[in-house]
Design a protein around this ligand. Structure first.
Ligand code: AMP
Ligand code: MG
Length: 404
């Protein structure tokens, strides 16, 4: 049985990008560039003013200089008006610096009338001028291929006049929940029945990665329903099944997938919860069989499935951040297996403290809701004491409270 790291390595060895497509910039957030973005022109395009004020000649600004105002350049305008000796031009932020001027004096440092302006403070050459090309040079690779697109990347591409960008294609991820006990979310909940909540949360998590979701609903524990739904699922780039892989299960999931041509890469990972997790491949497609238990399903999604989805999207940084935190209680566990412990994090005295978020039984969903992170208690140890430092994987973005 592979360790967590070995399982992730085996999975990532099979995660490949899936070709490229051009998308609108507004649709590109979170995708990864598949082309170098080269500046078609320099930025700023021309020398321009960083302030509202007066474009002047520094040589004129000695003592309490009084300059004649010979023009006005609003933002967005160009001007050929020459700033001659003893002259100034009223200029707005972003407007092109007129010929002859070598500095801008902000309004706050000038006493301006309609015709004349008096300069109060000393003036330095080039002050408040943004020179052409100081941000970006023409032909410079501003965004190399393989970059995650965030707002700044979109902003600079838009400022180059682009409306589309070539990115690695989003994978299509099919999700199938299995189990006779399942009913679809929204149906009346009867005793003995279980709502297919995994189908909903897996779909949301897949979407959260930026991938496209195909929901296949529920397959009851019959061979025919498994074959029908799994045949569709195996057309997707990535196929995730829920439940039916635990010890004691009739093992329909693995059996039918094997019949349909899946090559099993591993069955079981040395972790708890999530031990029965299975991974296979078929024709370059990845298949994840997650345990039905919701807590296991969500933790394994984060540890093993999400990194694989992100890698197929071209991401290089695919793991959520891990922090060191000081355990606040004694914990014992089975040796030989990594234990995922749900913890709350608090920052105190410059250290992160990890508190158990409550009952750690796999069936307890509320303790995952309360958790800020998952402590990865290493396989080789079986007992931990309050005060021990442990690795904690953050499970959402803003998880650490400010110190009060
Ligand atoms: P299994 O992996 O089939 O042994 O299921 C383990 C536990 O997870 C059982 O309590 C199931 O009822 C529950 N379960 C299975 N599938 C789902 C699902 N799609 N949504 C929520 N809970 C589930
Ligand atoms: Mg079952």
């Amino acid at each position: 049985m592979p360790t967590l790291e070995e399982a992730r390595r085996l999975i990532l060895d099979h995660s490949k990008t899936l070709g490229t497509e051009a998308v609108e910039l507004v649709e590109s957030l979170g995708l990864v560039t598949a082309e170098d973005i080269v500046a078609p022109f320099e930025m700023p395009v021309c020398d321009n003013s960083a302030m509202d004020g007066f474009a002047v000649r520094v040589a004129d600004c000695t003592g309490a200089a009084r300059l004649r105002i010979v023009g006005f350049i609003p933002a967005g305008a160009t001007s050929t008006v020459q700033v001659g000796p003893g002259c100034a031009v009223r200029i707005m932020t972003g407007a092109q610096i007129p010929p002859g001027a070598d500095a801008v004096v902000p309004f706050e440092e000038a006493e301006g009338g309609e015709e004349y302006v008096r300069i109060q403070a000393p003036v330095r050459v080039s002050q408040h001028i943004r020179f052409a090309g100081t941000d970006v040079r023409r032909d410079e690779v501003v965004i190399p291929s393989g970059s995650v697109i965030r707002a700044p990347e979109i902003n600079i591409m838009a400022s180059f006049g682009r409306s589309r960008v070539l990115v690695f294609r989003r994978p299509k991820v099919a999700i199938l929940s299995t189990g006779d006990e399942l009913i679809a979310a929204g149906e009346p909940v009867l005793a003995g029945k279980v709502v297919d909540s995994n189908g909903v949360s897996l779909a949301a998590s897949v979407k959260g990665c930026g991938a496209t979701v195909e929901r296949l609903g529920i397959a009851p524990d019959t061979r025919a329903s498994h074959v029908a739904k799994m045949t569709i699922g195996l057309q997707a780039d990535i196929f995730i099944t829920s439940a039916g892989v635990s010890v004691g299960d009739r093992d329909l999931v693995r059996e039918v997938l094997a019949e349909l041509g899946m090559t099993q890469v591993f069955y079981g990972v040395d972790v708890k919860p999530g031990g029965p997790t299975t991974f296979g491949v078929k024709d370059g497609r990845m298949i994840f069989c997650l345990p039905g238990n919701p807590v296991a399903s969500m933790i394994i999604f984060d540890e093993l499935v999400r990194p694989a989805i992100l890698k197929t999207m071209g991401y290089k940084r695919i793991l959520r951040p891990r922090v060191r935190a000081v355990l606040q209680e004694d914990v014992s566990k089975k040796p030989g297996t990594i234990k995922f412990m749900r913890v709350r994090l608090e920052s105190r005295g410059g250290k992160l403290l990890a508190f158990s978020s409550g009952d750690q039984t796999t069936g307890m969903l509320k303790t995952l809701i309360r958790a800020d992170g998952i402590a990865l208690l290493p396989a080789e140890l079986s007992s931990f004491s309050a005060g021990d430092e442990v690795d904690v994987r953050l499970i959402s973005n803003n998880t650490i409270m400010l110190e009060s």
